[in-house]
Design a protein around this ligand. Structure first.
Ligand code: SF4
Length: 330
């Protein structure tokens, strides 16, 4: 049987750490902590890096030129994997999930297999009949929609996502509300995700959610269920931007200064497995971006016969500080 575990941080990846930054493992040890697995209950599925946007903060460097998208064959393997193992939550992400031509096959296959199926959307990837068909599919399966919406200030949001992105997102959010998403009593959940638009940490989730709720209602009459605020992870395009603008060291310092040991116990990688667009397992989407699979050699979902056991190690790097800063990325 092929299991997962038994690898140590950095194996097979060439990961070097960052000069002048205390290794994340040392920071954990200084607080008497280690980052190990709990029981896995969430499966994250990355459908690929193709996206209509080219967001500055994207740790995967997704964009219009990317060719990596999940094939029907890999979707088959992912659905089979989710059938063999009982996940409570399945989270389908990208790139822009909407641009994967066979996405409905994945949604149809996964929806019956977990109590909660989440689909990430950037609110701008498809329109017209394609959007209507996707919306009908999500309504039929009671899929939870998780939409990127960085700021209620259009000029700030467009600076991160591209000119006109906010206007397009507002149109779609209104349509989602009209279909019942984000509206009390419908059971159709619409959550928003906000990342800071620069080299700074997010404000507290509670106060950001209150502001978003007030602003969206007042400016555009839009309702939603929950807002999640996450720090940008210094990988991929965001790392390149930090380096180019001379903000890299300052940003890492703000992350390390904000290290919150009490966030470690609730980190998502303790209970989550991430599947790449080509079907291989990672401990989280950030390790996928860093090219650091769950095991060495990496394991395809078709070959997994058991999930990682509690206390199995998790691959870590200095970017993990983005998950433990402030209230944490949990
Ligand atoms: S980047 Fe975050 S989620 Fe991934 S292993 Fe590190 S702490 Fe866990």
């Amino acid at each position: 049987m092929t299991g997962i575990g038994g690898r140590s941080p950095g194996i097979g990846t060439g990961f070097r750490g960052v000069a002048g930054v205390e290794p994340f493992a040392d920071a954990l040890a200084r607080h008497g902590l280690s980052l190990v697995r709990d029981r896995v209950h969430t499966l994250q599925v990355n459908t690929g890096y193709l996206c209509n946007l080219r967001c500055r903060h994207c740790h995967l460097e997704a964009g219009p030129g990317r060719k990596e998208i999940m094939s029907r064959e890999t979707m088959d393997a992912v659905v089979s994997f989710a059938r063999r193992f009982p996940f409570q939550v399945i989270d389908v992400t990208g790139g822009a999930t909407e641009l994967v031509p066979v996405l409905p096959f994945l949604v149809d296959g996964l929806a019956p297999l977990a109590p909660r199926l989440m689909l990430r959307t950037n609110l701008s990837a498809v329109s017209g009949a394609a959007w209507e068909a996707l919306l009908a599919l999500c309504v039929a399966h009671r899929v939870v929609l998780v939409a990127s919406f960085p700021s209620t200030n259009p000029s700030q949001a467009d600076a991160q996502r591209g000119a006109g992105a906010t206007d397009a997102a507002i149109v779609v959010l209104k349509k989602l509300n009209a279909a019942g998403y984000g509206v009390d009593g419908t059971g159709l959940e619409l959550d928003l995700v906000s990342n800071p638009v620069g080299a700074f940490l997010p404000v507290s989730q509670g106060s950001a959610e209150r502001k978003f709720r007030t602003d969206l209602l007042r400016k555009w009459g839009i309702a939603f269920n929950h807002l999640y605020t996450f720090a940008n992870v210094p990988l991929g395009r965001f790392r390149t931007w930090l380096l180019r603008t001379g903000n890299y060291e300052r940003y890492l310092k703000s992350l390390t200064d904000g290290f919150n040991p009490s966030a470690v116990e609730r980190l998502m990688c303790r209970t989550l497995l991430s599947v790449s667009w080509d079907g291989f397992l990672y401990d989280c989407d950030f390790n996928l971006a860093a090219g650091r699979p769950s095991a060495d050699p990496r394991i395809h979902v078709s070959d997994v016969r058991e999930l990682p056991a509690p206390f199995a190690p998790i691959a870590i790097g200095e970017y993990c500080y983005a998950c433990t800063a402030g209230s944490g990325f949990t």
